[in-house]
Ligand binder design. Structure first.
Ligand SMILES: [Ca+2]
Ligand SMILES: [Ca+2]
Ligand SMILES: [Ca+2]
Ligand SMILES: [Ca+2]
Length: 351
């Protein structure tokens, strides 16, 4: 069997003989640790979609409607986010922070071609949309509140009415739900398929090219990924994707090399390296490192903020609540800019 291991900063595949138990290693450049193809896709499925009302809270917090005062801070205060860091400097910072994998959700809620932030109130669980022009805050609007026990894991247009919708997951019941939105307003809800035990909803993206977003699932025990193809909120079929190496987490999905297939963006929370895993459908083709993220910051999403056709990194500093965009050409760092800083009590990431 194959598992993955990371030694001396290099990713390797480890092949363990079932007879001898001997572990032979060969260095590789982000070789997919354990690509297992489903001969019989064994994930259990309860795909009955039932339309239900999922009541929301109606707490209102007006401070979500504009950035925090830290937006005025000078660039020199947080210069690190503006530069692609020296990898050796970053390596020295390993362990300085306690960031765990966290993801943000972005989508174009006002159909102006620019991705917008979904920000979350950490106490009321209310969401708000922050409309951006590239990295510049334009305005904010309050959205629905996530219910306790649920997490907002994806933003995509499930019913293909041009408006991005919320994809929610309840790790207690393994249920998923879609909140259909019109701009920042929730207009309808439906359950999606219920996930098998041990699997979680990571993000959403169209893997089959039919225009309907699909679920990207992750199993934290096996580090395996899977794609569930959907028609709106209805399960169509599913299959395994590549298995992630230890310490790496799937942050987002986008077509980084522009060949028409979605690719994985991975973030290593222990050494802050990033990597792109180029896929063909669900099949791992090759991997490449992206820029390494400075200590204190996390890679939380990917989207094309400057509309040049290349997906960019969205970075977040949970201590300062500052955001930053790293503009990429494929996996190569090009430039950076700060985005708006969130007000106290609000976050760019989970639940
Ligand atoms: Ca927009
Ligand atoms: Ca929609
Ligand atoms: Ca691609
Ligand atoms: Ca871009």
């Amino acid at each position: 069997m194959r598992t993955s291991c990371v030694e001396r900063g290099k990713m390797m595949t480890r092949k363990t003989s079932s007879k001898t138990g001997k572990c032979t290693q060969r260095p590789g450049f982000l070789i997919a640790g354990s690509i297992i193809f489903a001969s019989g896709f064994a994930l259990g499925l309860s795909a009955l979609a039932v339309n239900v009302n999922l009541p929301e809270q109606n707490m209102v917090s007006s401070n979500a409607l504009q950035p925090g005062e830290a937006t005025q801070q000078t660039q020199a205060d947080s210069q690190t986010a503006l530069q692609s860091p020296n990898a050796s400097e970053v390596a020295a910072d390993i362990g300085d922070d306690v960031l765990t994998a966290a993801r943000a959700t972005v989508g174009d809620f006002n159909s102006d071609g620019h991705p917008d932030y979904v920000v979350r109130n950490t106490s009321t669980l209310q969401t708000a949309i922050w409309y951006l022009n590239n990295n510049v805050f334009i305005s904010g609007a309050l959205g629905p509140s996530i219910r306790v026990g649920w997490s907002l894991d994806g933003v995509a247009d499930f019913n293909r009415d041009v408006h991005p919708d919320y994809a929610l997951f309840n790790p207690g019941t393994d249920q998923t739900a879609i909140w259909y939105m019109s701009g920042p307003t929730r207009i309808a809800t439906a359950y999606g398929p219920t996930l098998p035990d041990g699997w979680e909803l990571t993000t959403t993206a169209d893997f089959s090219g039919d225009g309907f977003p699909d679920y990207v699932l992750f199993n934290a025990t096996t580090d395996q990924t899977a794609i569930w193809y959907l028609n709106n909120n209805v399960y169509v079929s599913g299959g395994y994707g590549p298995t992630l190496p230890v310490n790496w987490s799937l942050v987002g999905v986008a077509d980084f090399d522009g060949e028409g297939h979605q690719d994985y963006v991975l973030f290593n929370v222990s050494n802050h390296q990033t990597a792109i895993w180029y896929l063909s459908g669900r099949t791992f083709i090759r991997g490449a490192y992206g820029p390494t993220i400075p200590s204190g910051w996390a890679l939380v999403a990917t989207a094309d903020f400057n509309s040049d056709g290349h997906p960019d990194y969205l970075l977040y500093n949970p201590a300062s609540r500052q955001t930053a965009i790293w503009y990429l050409n494929n996996n190569v760092y090009v430039s950076a800019a700060f985005g708006p800083t969130l007000p106290a009590g609000w976050s760019l990431v989970g639940p």
